[in-house]
Design a protein around this ligand. Structure first.
Ligand code: PGA
Length: 233
């Protein structure tokens, strides 16, 4: 059983969510399917598929205009929330410390955070991939609280149509698994994300310690997303 999580980013519509849910209702799979949609569509979910958000506030409540709290997300039916996606780190200056605070808020509201870590092209080129990943896990994942999911997202491969080699993915996932075990979080599911599509999903999910995938562009349309979900049983 794998975890297949879609990240719609700032795309889609209420009608597109209804269409996706209808399409997913007809497929047979033992995999866990999660759709992380823009905040405003969460309440339109019919709960036929687990729904998640893409960000959450570090605050509980109060004068934080435009922010959405973990309790608000849980209150409208979200079960998951992505934290520390590379686009949040890049465009909103989110650090490992902030990501950890967000993950802790999610946990205290009963949500499962999907905590993203991964290296930039610059970090990769300077041989820092493993260091960045290890630090990302150690500093972004809360050491206590409920279950979490970690996603390895090589930032240079997101939306780029390219993926690291199987060996590179295997090395990253094995390091993440080792780091999580050291933190007392052995067995935490680890997803791979960046340029996953129907044609590479099965191969990627056969790599050791790849417990599923986090899918951006290819999660927007049923014709692209369903082959990823059904690539493994
Ligand atoms: P992509 O995005 O699948 O479009 O590369 C992945 C992500 O950003 O989660």
């Amino acid at each position: 059983m794998k975890i297949i999580a879609g990240n719609w980013k700032m795309n889609g519509s209420r009608a597109a969510l209804v269409e996706m849910q209808d399409a997913l209702a007809n497929i047979e799979t033992e995999n866990t399917v999660i759709l992380c949609v823009p905040f405003v569509f969460i309440a339109a979910s019919n709960n036929s598929v687990a729904i998640g958000a893409q960000d959450v506030s570090v605050h509980d409540h109060g004068a934080f205009t435009g922010e959405i709290s973990a309790n608000m997300l849980a209150g409208i039916g979200a079960k998951y929330v992505i934290v520390g996606h590379s686009e949040r780190r890049m465009y909103h200056g989110e650090t490992n410390e902030i990501v950890k605070q967000k993950a802790s808020m999610a946990l205290s509201a009963g949500l499962t955070p999907i905590i993203c870590v991964g290296e930039t092209m610059e970090e990769r080129n300077s041989g820092k991939t493993m260091e960045i990943i290890e630090l990302g896990v150690r500093e972004s994942v809360p050491s206590n609280g409920g279950d979490v999911i970690v996603a390895y997202e090589p930032r240079w491969a997101i939306g780029a149509g390219i993926t690291p080699s199987d060996e590179d993915i295997a090395a990253a996932h094995s390091l993440i698994a080792e780091s999580l075990t050291k933190m007392g979080r052995g067995g935490t599911p680890i997803l791979y994300g960046a340029s996953v599509k129907g044609s590479n999903a099965k191969q990627i999910m056969s790599i050791p310690h790849v417990d599923g995938v986090l899918v951006g562009g290819a999660s927007l349309k049923p014709d692209d997303f369903i082959p990823i979900i059904t690539a493994t049983k």
